[in-house]
Design a protein around this ligand. Structure first.
Ligand code: PLP
Length: 298
């Protein structure tokens, strides 16, 4: 079990820059934690190495930082970082980059909103000018003042050790109880979600019949559990895996809610051989997974 499956493949990054040329790489974006690959964290050492490559080539390094605090908490898996606080780790992470995007619905602990950050004052000025044109003045912008205030508090609170511990432990609890019964999941469980491996869960359904969507639909029918496919519907033939993400909303569920989710998944697991594949009846020309319609295979 690799503890940092979200890490970037640094030699591949070097090779890509060499192949396409530095001028064709406007920035490098590193998502912490890696949402489409299992909610897996990136190690600090890996970020340091990626940052060194970017700085060598003069390429800005940006973080998709929406789960920065969960990523910081996973320093417990990394030698030499265990005794630092999540806040110290977060500060160390952001020093390695040039900016970030943030969907504050995640580790901003807010109901809505997000932000864009840069360490470059000239770019910040340009962005603020553009913001006035497109959304509004930076102090209110596209978000109401109360939402900006909630984010300001959220990014501090999210770094509290107790909060992060409860969150990561409840995700791991869900992962452990279903995998102990044989349910295939991405191991180890990520920070915000457990990812079911739908190809292994439903080996009789080929990727073209969307095993991830079939499984997500069954979880909803069985117990009203809403999940999302990350696989062949989302990425088409390029999908290497068919996963079902069980993202856990923060500060919502108690242990008994998680126990209910476990029960529902195990009920579906027991009758997995009867689950059928699906075929598309409508697909939009882009981002089809948001609006697709499917029906059961005959
Ligand atoms: C890693 C990551 N980045 C960005 C987003 C987009 O967030 P929003 O819908 O707030 O724009 C998401 C949403 O799930 C995400 O998981």
């Amino acid at each position: 079990m690799h503890p940092f499956k979200g890490s970037v493949h640094v030699p591949a990054l070097e090779q890509l820059i060499a192949r396409v040329g530095r001028e064709r790489v406007p920035l490098v974006m590193l998502t912490i934690t890696n949402n489409s690959g299992g909610g897996q964290p990136v190690s600090i050492e890996n970020m340091r190495a990626a940052s060194a490559v970017c700085r060598k080539h003069g390429i800005p390094l940006y973080f998709d930082a929406c789960r920065f605090a969960e990523n910081a908490y996973f320093r417990l898996r990394e030698e030499g970082y265990e005794s630092k606080t999540p806040k110290q780790i977060a500060q160390e992470i952001f020093r390695l980059g040039d900016g970030c995007t943030m969907s504050a619905k995640k580790d901003g602990l807010a109901n809505i909103g997000g932000f864009l950050c840069t360490n470059d004052d000239a770019i910040a000025q340009q962005e603020k000018n553009l913001l006035i044109l497109t959304e509004g003045y930076p102090t209110y912008g596209g978000l109401a003042g109360r939402d900006l205030e909630a984010i300001a508090v959220g990014v501090e609170e999210v770094l509290e050790e107790d909060y992060l511990c409860y969150r990561i432990v409840s995700t791991a609890y869900l992962g452990k109880h279903i995998s102990d019964e044989g349910v295939p999941i991405v191991q180890p469980p990520g920070g915000h979600a457990v990812y079911l491996d739908a190809r292994a869960f439903l080996p009789h359904i080929p990727a073209e019949q969307f095993p991830g969507v079939a499984l997500a639909a069954e979880l909803y029918l069985e117990g009203g559990i809403r999940s999302v496919e990350i696989g062949s519907l989302m990425f088409g033939a390029a999908a290497k895996m068919d996963l079902v993400r069980l993202a856990i909303p923060r500060r919502v569920y108690t242990q008994s809610h998680i126990d209910y989710v476990i029960e529902v998944i195990l009920n579906v697991w027991k009758r997995r051989e009867q689950i059928r594949g699906l075929r598309l009846t409508y697909e939009a020309p882009f981002l089809r997974h948001f609006t697709a319609r499917l029906e059961l295979m005959p």
